[in-house]
Design a protein around this ligand. Structure first.
Ligand code: BEZ
Length: 357
């Protein structure tokens, strides 16, 4: 008998008929560290921050964020915000390969380019959404420019510099694996890679056949040479805004995100560990991430419950009442999303809440 194979299910809920993607405008600005390209969707909304995204290594803003931002339920969120999607230098579509010897910016310097973008657009504040290296860059930016960051959604954040053990492992892997293989191992779990789903085939193809692979290697090197963010619970180096940490369970960066959560202020941090999402929850579970993002924005006072779908409203009401049982919003909330349907969130705050979608 043929062996049964586990088939990862990717949520698909594209734009409805009549829903057209908004026009995008791509700009480049010069910064002290070279030029940076970004694409703006939507129009600025008075008294609202822009949503600013930063993608991971091996991807660009489209391959990293399109499935999330074009997800059907996301439209009710993004119609209320202008979006700025940054491409790391040399990652924009059609980017020429940098000349040999080009000094690619460090992740800290990439973060230092963000003020130039905001100044050019005349935007004063953002909600940052970053994945992997992009999450690190937005974290660094938030630490150095706290007054301009209203919230952070950090997927697969690793706030630590590589230690000597990590370097040894990295060097060993480098002896047997190519750069694209190492990057794929950073983006996806080994289980996903060996499962070789359609999504993996698509992203393997994107990374393996990237015309700007030399540029990607430079971004990869900057990521691997990142400094420690030195976050410390109760210390001076901390975020001054609400943060939502997101990671897939059994994803390559699970331990790093768990450790990051332990270093952050629990009154400001929500931790979402997603089941069945692999290494890139924004690609595989855009529906769950959209719903969590709605709760996050609602907590910041941006999504009135009247803006939300009936299903989301009932779930949010349940979450809100659970969170106020003891009138204590001072502990971190862990949202552990399962894969079964129909269960409403339950349980007191400061404990694991099961939010099954
Ligand atoms: C957006 O609407 O923000 C968006 C659309 C396409 C790709 C990425 C983002």
């Amino acid at each position: 008998m043929a062996e049964l194979q586990e088939v990862p299910i990717t949520e698909e809920k594209p734009l409805l008929p009549g829903q057209t993607p908004e026009a995008a405008k791509t700009h480049s600005v010069e910064t002290p560290y070279g030029s940076v390209t970004f694409t703006v969707y939507g129009t600025p909304k008075p008294k609202r921050p822009a949503i600013l995204t930063y993608h991971d290594v091996g991807l660009n803003y489209k391959s990293c964020f399109q499935p999330l931002f074009q997800f059907g339920d996301m439209q009710e969120i993004i119609q209320n915000f202008v979006r700025v999607h940054v491409d790391a230098p040399g990652m924009e579509e059609g980017a020429p390969v940098f000349p040999v010897g080009y000094q690619y910016p460090s992740l800290d310097q990439l973060a230092d380019m963000i003020p130039c973008i905001l100044q050019y657009l005349n935007f004063s504040s953002i909600i940052g959404v970053g994945v992997g290296a992009g999450a690190y860059i937005l974290s660094r930016y938030a630490l150095t420019h706290p007054d301009t960051v209203e919230g952070l959604v950090l997927v697969n954040i690793d706030p630590n510099a590589k230690g000597w053990m990590d370097w040894a492992a990295h060097k060993l892997t480098g002896l047997t694996s190519s750069i694209p293989e190492m990057i794929l191992g950073h983006l996806f779990s080994q289980e996903e890679l060996s499962g070789n789903s359609e999504l993996i085939q698509k992203y393997r193809n994107i990374v393996m056949h990237a015309p700007n692979l030399d540029n990607i290697e430079l971004y990869w090197n900057s990521y691997n040479n990142r400094r420690d963010l030195n976050l410390e619970r109760g210390g001076d180096i901390t975020f001054r805004c609400p943060v939502m940490l997101v990671v897939g369970d059994q994803a390559p960066h699970e331990d790093a995100v768990v450790e990051c959560n332990s270093k952050l202020d629990p009154t400001q941090t929500s931790f979402l560990k997603m089941a069945d999402s692999g290494g890139q929850p924004q690609l595989t579970q855009p529906g769950k991430l959209t719903e969590a993002f709605k709760y996050f924005l609602q907590g910041m006072g941006y999504m009135a419950s009247s803006c939300m779908t009936r299903l989301s409203r009932s779930r949010t009401a349940s979450l809100t009442s659970a969170a106020s049982i003891d009138g204590n919003r001072s502990r971190s909330r862990t949202l552990s999303q399962g894969s079964e349907s129909g269960t409403l969130p339950s349980g007191p705050p400061g404990h694991t809440m099961e939010v099954s979608c």
